[in-house]
Design a binder for this molecule. Structure first.
Ligand code: GLN
Length: 195
């Protein structure tokens, strides 16, 4: 069984553990850098990216997280976690972790749409998937190797770049675990190659 961590410094952590377990993998809340060593994959949850960034720096997670992703281990960023992974953030000079080749814009769905649900297709995965958006970012553009997986109202809301998966919405807040299952498959495949 693969072991998947959820960065547990801030945000929607428990719900991701539940979804990982429902997808047939072991889920671990990660609060210490040493825990990264025996993980096969990592989820960066939703929350507040500026707060998460501050805690990542305080607890010395930045370089270990970058090393984890560069090794080829899969990382999945949801909402604020996607902002953490992006290599470019509109209005910012520097990214946070910055490993995933795409540009995101924060809080980009407007005030009246602070929080909403939408049914959308996800490429190769679902004809209809209920996505929960909470003060969500969107993906403004993607790099040459990045595959667009979902769009909503003409905006990119899910993508994959090599071992990095990201979405604007919160896949852990419904009982539809297909996106987490997709990530679990990425982790299983990477584990075979990386051994
Ligand atoms: N608005 C948050 C940010 O910019 C993300 C919101 C979320 O993760 N639900 O970090």
């Amino acid at each position: 069984m693969v072991k998947i961590g959820v960065l547990g410094l801030q945000g929607a952590v428990r719900e991701h553990i539940r979804s990982i377990e429902a997808s047939g993998a072991e889920g671990v809340v990660v609060k210490k850098v040493e825990q990264l060593e025996d993980l096969d994959g990592l989820i960066l949850p939703g929350g507040e990216s500026t707060t998460m960034r501050r805690l990542v720096d305080i607890y010395g997670f930045m370089e270990p997280l970058r090393a984890f992703g560069r090794e080829g281990k899969p990382m999945f960023g949801t909402c604020a976690g996607l902002i953490m992974l992006a290599n470019n953030i509109v209005g910012y000079d520097e990214p946070h972790i910055g490993l995933m080749d795409l540009t995101v814009e924060r809080n980009s769905f407007g005030r009246q749409k602070e929080s909403f649900e939408a049914d959308l297709p996800i490429k190769g995965m679902a004809d209809s998937y209920t996505a929960v958006f909470i003060r969500a970012p969107h993906i403004v553009s993607v790099g040459a190797e990045t595959e667009i997986l979902a769009e909503y109202e003409g905006r990119i809301v899910a993508a994959r770049d090599r071992n990095f998966l990201g979405c604007s919405f919160h896949p852990e807040l419904t009982d539809d675990h297909r996106l987490t299952q997709y990530f679990v498959e990425m982790v299983k495949q990477a584990k075979q190659v990386l051994v």
